[in-house]
Design a protein around this ligand. Structure first.
Ligand SMILES: [Zn+2]
Ligand SMILES: [Zn+2]
Length: 644
């Protein structure tokens, strides 16, 4: 008998060589039907593989990361079987799972594959899936494996075999297809109920452009047709909401080769959004007792040696500039400058907590291949602030930061978010982490406690902390469920010492403050990229670059339109007149495309009654109103930052 320990700590006894699937069946048939893999002592295994010794077991379904990866990798084998049936003699390189599906790199010889062939392959895969063929794991010696793939004539698998050691080689066989594979796989092909092959691309063997180009075929599969339909719909929606597409259509930002890659220029419309975000941040931070500061964009090498950015963070910084025999760096973080502001004047316990904020511009070197729209850039504007406090003040300060996050989530209608508390790893003290075992334990407990008191859902991960303290990564989800890493919230017990920061305590001794680094709105670049997707470009009125567009039916009504414009401008409402000599239908359509929240139509009737006819983006006609009444309503909507 062996002992199997479940995730909840329960231990059950089974005869040796029991499989995860047997164990699932012993619990319930319904559960067994959903099990596609298992985690045995932390390693993902076939659900049908015999467990020989005592083990920790987690049964995996589609809902688990490991389950999905196994499902998609098994689908790559199924696709390979279909490919081989249409293209005999095809050679296979590797077929891993990816974030959303899987691919296989294949060498079709002098044949090629086009979009239409993918449809044929999908049909074939569905036919093979229905056969419920089991994935059979077959341990085999290296020489047998070499013999098998030599006979098959697949030099790519022979190349893979070279790097493997005898005694750890396995084949996986399903239906008519055999692959060299470490596994794991799902029990049988019948789990694969919905198939979509999505893309064909070229891929150099081993990613080296000197090598032969192979054909990479991408696909995605699901345990039900419904899930595939939903996925396709989500892709469609994400395409419509692509921040690069919307950023161009709505004139939010631009890039220019002469300026340089990854250096965003904000157009007037984007700048309005930036200024509204900063206004929100300033109001919120002012209420929370922050003071604002302004710091230069460069600093001398010596400061970055003190801060530890050099050499640890050097790869992420721009190369230095030489001036008067000194080296200067563009700042990649605002912290060191802020520490210098703390140190500029003597501090006593009465000055703490000392909170300073700045929408700071930082520059980071990202490889050109990594740059992506607003998501990965080389110049960023960060909603930064640092809080210097005593240990006793930490809990309240940290909770107040959490509250600020939650307040912002509400303003922007962010319903789903996850906080990841990253902890240190004791065996890497002095290497990856400041060598202060006691302080690590203490601060980690302080952060955990504050999160729990704030009632914030969070997960803990080991060995992901910053060099100088635990951190919290905040992940938010757009309305279509896509994940964005928003910001990092860090606790720092080390930089205060490096910068010799201190305050005089009530009993006249000196102490080093704790530092909280926080940036709830992340950077303008990433956050506006997120907002474009989240709102599908339809910004709420308070954020909209143009809030109201006045559409005169003909030139005759232009003077009246101008009167209305004056009233709106006086009330600080961003308004414009469409004075083109276009038909009103065209003017409405164009304004809709620019996603302007309000359209005011003015013609004969409106002039005579001294009113305006209101249309709301996405809602249509709202009827006629008095201008002053409309102004009051919009002012209110803006002041309250209403989301609809
Ligand atoms: Zn495999
Ligand atoms: Zn910082």
């Amino acid at each position: 008998m062996i002992n199997i320990t479940f995730p909840d700590g329960a231990v059950r006894q089974y005869t040796t060589r029991v499989t995860a699937l047997d164990i699932a069946k012993s619990i319930s048939e319904g559960l067994a039907r959903k099990i596609i893999a298992a985690e045995v002592n932390g390693e993902v295994w076939d659900a049908t593989r015999a467990i020989e010794n005592d083990a920790q077991l987690k049964l995996l379904t589609w809902d688990d990361d490991g389950g999905r990866k196994t499902f998609w990798h098994s689908s790559a084998h199924l696709m390979a079987e279909a490919i081989e049936s249409f293209y005999p003699g095809v050679k296979f390189w590797v077929g891993p799972p990816v974030d959303n599906g899987f691919y296989y790199d294949v060498d079709l010889g002098d044949r090629s594959i086009i979009e239409e062939d993918l449809r044929k392959l999908e049909v074939k895969m569905a036919e093979l899936a229905k056969q419920n063929n089991t994935y059979i794991r077959k341990p085999i010696s290296k020489s047998e494996a070499i013999q098998y793939f030599s006979e098959k004539g697949d030099e790519y698998k022979l190349d893979l075999l070279q790097g493997l050691e005898d005694g750890e080689i396995t084949l996986y066989i399903q239906g008519n297809f055999t692959d060299l594979c470490r596994g794991p796989h799902i029990p049988h092909t019948g789990f694969i109920k919905a198939i979509k092959l999505t893309n064909i691309a070229g891929a150099y063997w081993k990613g080296d452009e000197k090598n032969k180009q192979l054909t990479r075929i991408y696909g995605v599969t699901f345990p039900s047709q419904k899930q595939l339909d939903e996925y396709i719909q989500l892709l469609e929606e994400a395409r419509k909401r692509d921040h690069r597409k919307l950023g161009k259509e709505l004139s939010i930002f631009t890039l220019d080769d002469d300026v340089g890659q990854g250096l965003i220029m904000w157009l007037p419309n984007g700048t309005v959004v930036i200024e509204e975000l900063e206004k929100l941040a300033k109001e919120t931070e002012n209420e929370a007792g922050y003071k604002r500061v302004v710091t230069p964009h460069i600093a001398k090498e010596s400061m970055y040696i003190t801060s530890g950015h050099l050499p640890y963070y050097k790869d992420n910084m721009y190369p230095p500039m030489e001036m008067e025999g000194e080296k200067y760096y563009l700042k990649s973080m605002n912290c060191p400058h802020h520490h210098k502001i703390f140190a500029a004047e003597p501090k006593s316990f009465r000055d703490l907590p000392y909170r300073i904020a700045e929408y700071g511009t930082v520059y980071r070197y990202e490889q050109s291949g990594e740059l992506f729209g607003l998501m990965r850039v080389r110049c960023l504007h960060m909603n930064d602030a640092h809080i210097y406090c005593t240990k006793e003040q930490f809990n309240d300060e940290f909770k107040a930061v959490n509250d600020m996050y939650l307040k912002y989530f509400k303003v922007f209608g962010i319903d789903k978010y996850v906080m990841r508390l990253s902890l240190h790893s004791p065996d890497k003290l002095g290497v990856k982490y400041v060598n202060e075992p006691g302080l690590w334990i203490e601060t980690e407990a302080m952060v955990r406690n504050a999160l729990q008191e704030s009632n914030i859902p969070y997960v803990e991960v080991q060995d992901e902390a910053a060099f100088y303290g635990p951190k919290i990564d905040v992940q938010i989800y757009s309305v279509i469920g896509r994940e964005f890493t928003l910001a990092t919230n860090q606790v720092d017990f080390s930089q205060g010492r490096s910068f010799k920061l201190e305050y005089v305590t009530s009993d006249n001794s000196t102490e080093t403050p704790l530092i909280i680094h926080r940036a709830p709105l992340g950077t303008h670049e990433r956050f506006i990229g997120f907002l474009l997707e989240h709102y599908a470009g339809k910004f709420p009125v308070w954020l909209a670059p143009v809030q109201v567009k006045i559409l005169p039916i003909s030139d005759k009504f232009l003077p009246y339109a101008k009167d209305v414009l004056q009233k709106l401008k006086k009330a600080d409402i961003r308004a414009e007149i469409d004075d083109r000599s276009e038909k009103i239908g065209r003017k409405i359509r164009d304004t809709e495309l620019m996603k302007v929240p309000y359209m005011l139509v003015v013609g004969e009737k409106e002039v005579n009654e001294n009113k305006i006819s209101i249309r709301r983006q996405g809602k249509g006609d709202l009827g006629a109103k008095d201008v002053d009444e409309f102004v009051e309503e919009v002012k209110n909507e803006i002041r309250e930052r209403k989301s609809e």
